[in-house]
Design a protein around this ligand. Sequence first.
Ligand SMILES: Cc1cc2nc3c(=O)[nH]c(=O)nc-3n(C[C@H](O)[C@H](O)[C@H](O)COP(=O)(O)OP(=O)(O)OC[C@H]3O[C@@H](n4cnc5c(N)ncnc54)[C@H](O)[C@@H]3O)c2cc1C
Length: 375
Amino acid sequence: MDVPERVAVVGAGAVGLTTAYDLAARGAAVTVFERGTPGSGMTGRAAGICYDAYAEDVDVTVADRAMRRFRELDGDREFEFYEVPYVFLAREGDDAGATALSEAVDRMRVHDRSVELVDADELGERFSIRTDDVGLAGVSDSAGWADPKAYVDLFVEKCEAEGVEFRVGEAVSIRTDPPGVVGGDGERVFDYDAVVVAAGVHSRAILAAAGYPIALKPYRAQALVAECDYDGPTVYDATDGSYLRPHPAGVLAGDGVEAVEADFDDWDPAADDWFVAESTAAVRHRTETAPTVERAWAGLCGATPDRNPLVGAVASGVYVATGWHGHGFMWAPAIGELLAADVLGADESVPDSFDPCRFDGDEEFEVVEGMTLDE
Ligand SMILES: Cc1cc2nc3c(=O)[nH]c(=O)nc-3n(C[C@H](O)[C@H](O)[C@H](O)COP(=O)(O)OP(=O)(O)OC[C@H]3O[C@@H](n4cnc5c(N)ncnc54)[C@H](O)[C@@H]3O)c2cc1C
């Protein structure tokens, strides 16, 4: 295969922008096509939580690489990566949750993760959060958060410095054999040596229209920012699936996951009242503060049948990167590097278990939330 010289990237979210930069930094002439503005998709709705406390080989490899890069990027222009411990807990009485947590910590340790198992008392001594309802907790010191908008701004600047061309404000489709991008009017065709579809949950429709169905289902998740006085750790409550992290205003909290397939063309971007009420109560409880909700929102995540993403070639010169189960932001720094290497035929490449062609694309499967301690 000739090394592609001209590459199109469809989608300017965290994944598309990182991939575009990594392609351009390796010498490709790159054009990014974005129907809105950079970061206007799900990256602009992400909570920005990052960690490497994973229990499986491939996840660990990708997360290590992503965390290393987040740390290297800290201080580049306006971008900051905030180091904050990650606490994941099962409440007292949640015996199944405690067992899953302790087994997950065992597997994390096999993979050299810096993670400790602690009881409620020890957790309370280390952090100023409420712990009297905690049965068992894991604490990882290798974690943090970053502002997704700052990441987008950084990578737009880095792309521009590498000569990446941006074509924004138009929803495009793609053509295969030879690879190309088709303008919104369906008539203008731009030829490329390779096309990367990094259009988030919309990747499914774009690829299906080109004759390459992928096994991806969108599902809705929600988050809010509340003003309060909190500078503790990121906390994931595995018993009810909620999480919170420190935020300049106080706390960013989330969950509100609907584990059913959503319609990616017809979904409600506003948070539900029940989510705001439950999430505020969870923040009040865990942080022992009086949170005032500043804003709340919903977004779509992408599920696959085996919870691994879909990253790699679907046809000659046509690539996809999607299906993150709520981990697309924290993995973007690694995926960009790996996918760029793949597209340009370098030695290292995307893990085989991410191969988008491992499914036919018409599979029946249940949507399962990504942030979980289960296998
Ligand atoms: C509430 C919530 C909280 C989350 N929290 C976290 C978190 O803490 N950590 C984490 O890692 N992940 C989190 N996620 C998941 C994260 O948001 C996504 O995994 C990630 O942003 C995916 O990035 P992406 O670049 O693949 O997609 P996107 O950011 O969606 O980018 C795709 C881009 O493609 C564009 N596009 C679509 N169709 C077309 C077309 N036809 N032509 C041109 N452009 C097109 C879109 O406009 C969009 O800008 C969260 C998600 C939600 C909803």
